[in-house]
Design a protein around this ligand. Structure first.
Ligand code: UN1
Length: 495
């Protein structure tokens, strides 16, 4: 019998009101059921929002440094259980153990950052125009936050959103992806153990069209933080407009790595292999385009093809595995369909291109690391986010040409340039249109204490991570204190 998991609403573990459930399976072995989870609906969301709203009235009054103490405990608990959490996550979504350990570490770092932030959350005092008058502006919590998260960073991304939300004094209704409900459930258990009061965080499992839509449409949810596809992000934006909610969207990418003719090619090779095929290409920061300078094109391609062929596919829990499975059947089908698109568009398939079979792979959603060359900017494989192990290679004659190609996308999350020329590096930093630019490093691997997010259709201008996420989860409240004892009219006739 598969282990059964529940929602956590108003401090109690409960089934979906409908009694329905869904199954979660290991993508490296689809015969293995991780557990069953409630298939919730609007009525469950209503309960969770009611509980979160009531809890907000008390939580907002707890001093931020006291909330910090809980964050510190949370970080400690996660650190103690890091290995167990990493293993559970690999089993649930497939990426290799070294990466799931990194995913948990991002959560730990985010907890400790939040712990520090509770003793800052700086406001500003500003001189007033008028005598005997004091003026200041301070951060205040907003209310109930809806948090909707993807499966590719099942621990890190929920912590990026929930920890700053809660540290700032908000309460949360959390809907994790249906492919990673177990990791999310464990995270909620740990939050309770650390001392987050009941009902401050509620988890409601289920599908986007049921649970997600209900959260976004709920008049008593004040803000929504979402990471996922651009298509869904646009819908959330429209739906949230009905109640004028504040929305933070972290969406798709079509990130590129440029390799200039003066680059350290071995370094650039390690970078692209890690960026394109790490996490099976399932990161919003993944390298899905490689732009090579004409002069090093032939040499670099032969190095790249050679190394790509040596990547070892397999169960992420097994030592020696480089690349795990796609997260589920539909994701692998998407990857397969893009291989067909690439071939039809006239690109040249140089490595991979098929669902992987062989020892230990027959019951998982594995797909070979795949590379297309002769890709032109107009092709769909150069433009659309695939979210799988496919790399499209383009060519450039110069830095300007390479940057033009890199910028030729509706997205703008991450980017990378390999060059030893400091002038070229600074030109790239200035001219690349992206939220994140790496020099001589891969497009993946953002650190939790710096702003994270993208330009263009990757988002709507907000940033997660570091100090910037606190701008999203707090409201500025301005306060004037007049101690003159008389009516003072600003801007009119006081002088
Ligand atoms: C994501 O893929 O949605 O920068 C997040 C990185 C990770 C986070 C990725 N730290 O690749």
């Amino acid at each position: 019998m598969a282990q059964k998991f529940q929602n956590f609403i108003n401090g109690k573990w409960v089934d979906a009101k409908s009694g329905r459930a869904f199954e979660n399976r290991n993508p490296a072995n689809w015969e293995e059921v991780v557990g069953t989870f409630p298939k919730s609906g609007k009525e469950d969301v209503d309960e969770a929002v009611k509980a979160a709203r009531a809890a907000f009235e008390k939580w907002r009054l707890v001093p931020a440094p006291a909330r910090s103490d809980i964050m510190r405990k949370l970080g400690d608990l996660m650190a103690r259980r890091k290995e167990e959490l990493a293993r559970e996550m690999t089993r649930e979504m497939g990426k290799v153990l070294a990466e799931t350990r990194g995913d948990v570490q991002e959560g730990i770092d985010t907890a400790y950052y939040a712990a520090g932030e509770g003793r800052r959350l700086f406001g500003k005092t500003v001189p007033s125009e008028l005598p005997n008058k004091f003026a200041m502006s301070m951060r205040v919590p907003i209310g109930v936050a809806g948090v909707i998260t993807p499966w590719n960073f099942p621990m890190a991304i929920p912590t990026w959103k929930i920890f700053p939300a809660v540290l700032s004094g908000n309460t949360v209704v959390f809907k994790p992806a249906q492919d990673t409900p177990k990791t999310a459930t464990t995270l909620v258990e740990i939050m309770m153990e650390a001392g987050i009061p009941e009902a401050v965080v509620n988890i409601v499992h289920g599908g986007g069209s049921e649970v997600g839509t209900a959260i976004v449409g709920h008049p008593d949810v004040d803000l929504v933080s979402f990471t996922g596809s651009t298509v869904v992000g646009k819908q959330i934006s429209k739906d949230a407009a009905e109640t004028l909610k504040r929305v933070s969207l972290e969406l798709g990418g079509k990130n590129a790595q440029i390799v200039m003719d003066d680059a350290d090619l071995d370094l650039a090779l390690d970078g692209v292999l890690w960026g394109a095929f790490g996490t099976t290409g399932q990161r919003c920061t993944a390298t899905s385009r490689l732009i090579l300078h004409d002069k090093i094109y032939e040499k670099f391609m032969s190095m790249l093809v050679d190394r790509t062929k040596k990547l070892k596919l397999g169960d992420g829990l097994k030592a020696g595995t480089d690349v795990g499975p796609c997260v589920n059947e539909s994701q692998r089908k998407t990857v397969e369909s893009y291989v067909e698109v690439g071939k039809k568009e006239g690109a040249t398939l140089v490595v991979g291109g098929a669902a992987a079979k062989g020892d230990g792979l027959s019951k998982g959603w594995f797909h070979e690391p795949t590379i297309f060359t002769d890709v032109t900017p107009a092709m769909r494989i150069a433009k659309e986010e695939i979210f799988g192990p496919i790399l499209s290679v383009l060519r450039a004659k110069s830095l300007e040409d390479a940057i033009r190609t890199l910028n030729n996308t509706i997205y703008g999350l991450s980017s990378s340039v390999y060059t030893r020329d400091v002038n070229k590096a600074f030109t790239a930093m200035r001219d690349i249109q992206a939220g994140i630019t790496y020099i001589n490093a891969s497009t993946i691997g953002a650190e939790a204490h710096l702003p994270f997010g993208g330009v263009k259709q990757t988002g709507n201008g907000h940033r997660e991570g570091g100090w910037t996420v606190y701008d999203f989860f707090t409201e500025w409240k301005t306060v004037y204190v007049d101690y003159s004892g008389k009516l003072q009219r600003a801007q009119i006739d006081n002088y």
